[in-house]
Design a protein around this ligand. Structure first.
Ligand SMILES: [Zn+2]
Length: 261
């Protein structure tokens, strides 16, 4: 694109949408806007449309899952409601970085990696937002044991389908923008695989605490007003870190596939 005015206008429109839907905190908006300007200016229409689709589909998925998701989040997750600055950095920084590198090198591999990072974000968002509506069993991706819907590392067949749909949306946009079949297939695979790795990390490494008051297993350090004991995972790996690693995985797998295929 390399049109700074258009990049500023388009990014402001996305930011306005996020503010209107009360999706992101003020600090988060500022960071998201800045990342969007980089993605738009360096990554052009391909990356910008992927970013816009990621935001819009995440908002729609959140609207569909609504109350059910909110209740699960309150119970399990450390953060719920609006996405804050750290969450935004963990979800869009990688694609902004890839767009900048593409701008400098003019090598399509980075354009593909940036879109793949967004595909990983959307695949994960769709799986966690909509997977919670699954009527089938939710099971731990590592142990295969039944687990509470919405818990990190919990997967369901419906969630996998939604994850594939998220990656497919970004792949379809790239195809529609004339990026070709190879480019799009790479995005589809890397987005889906990254979301799966996200679940693995959620199950294996993310910190989970046992509440001493109500006995619930939760991602919250403090539950029922008291600090819980760490039961699984590593204390420094929280949901934000897992999301960052998800985006990084998407970008890395895309670069490998782009060279191999
Ligand atoms: Zn509790």
């Amino acid at each position: 694109m390399e049109n700074i005015w258009l990049s500023l206008i388009l990014s402001s429109a996305l930011a306005a949408l996020a503010i209107w839907r009360k999706a992101i905190t003020n600090k988060g908006i500022a960071i998201a806007w800045l990342c969007s300007v980089c993605i738009c200016y360096f990554g052009g229409w391909v990356n910008f449309l992927c970013l816009a689709a990621t935001l819009i589909c995440t908002l729609i998925a959140g609207k569909i899952s609504g109350k059910k998701r909110e209740n699960a989040e309150k119970k399990l997750h450390a953060k719920h409601g609006k996405r804050d600055g750290v969450q935004i950095i963990c979800n869009v920084f990688m694609s902004a970085l890839m767009a900048i590198i593409y701008g400098i090198t003019d090598n399509h591999i980075f354009l593909c990696a940036g879109a793949a990072a967004l595909a990983a974000s959307l695949a994960d968002s769709m799986a966690s937002e909509l997977g919670i509506l699954s009527r089938g069993k939710t099971f731990d991706v590592l142990s295969g044991k039944a687990t509470e819907p919405g818990m990190s590392g919990g997967v369901s067949f419906f969630g996998f389908a939604m994850s594939a749909l998220g990656a497919a949306i970004i792949a379809a946009i790239s195809l529609g923008q004339g990026m070709g079949v190879k480019f799009s297939v790479v995005i589809l695979i890397s987005g889906f695989v990254a979301a799966y790795v996200d679940s693995l990390l959620g199950a294996a490494a993310q910190a989970k605490y046992r509440c001493g008051v109500c006995g619930a297993l939760t991602e919250k350090k403090v539950h029922c007003g008291e600090k819980g004991a760490i039961e699984k995972g590593l204390s420094f790996i929280d949901n934000d870190m897992v999301n960052f690693l998800n985006n990084l995985t998407g970008a890395v797998i895309a670069m490998i596939l782009y060279v191999v295929i």
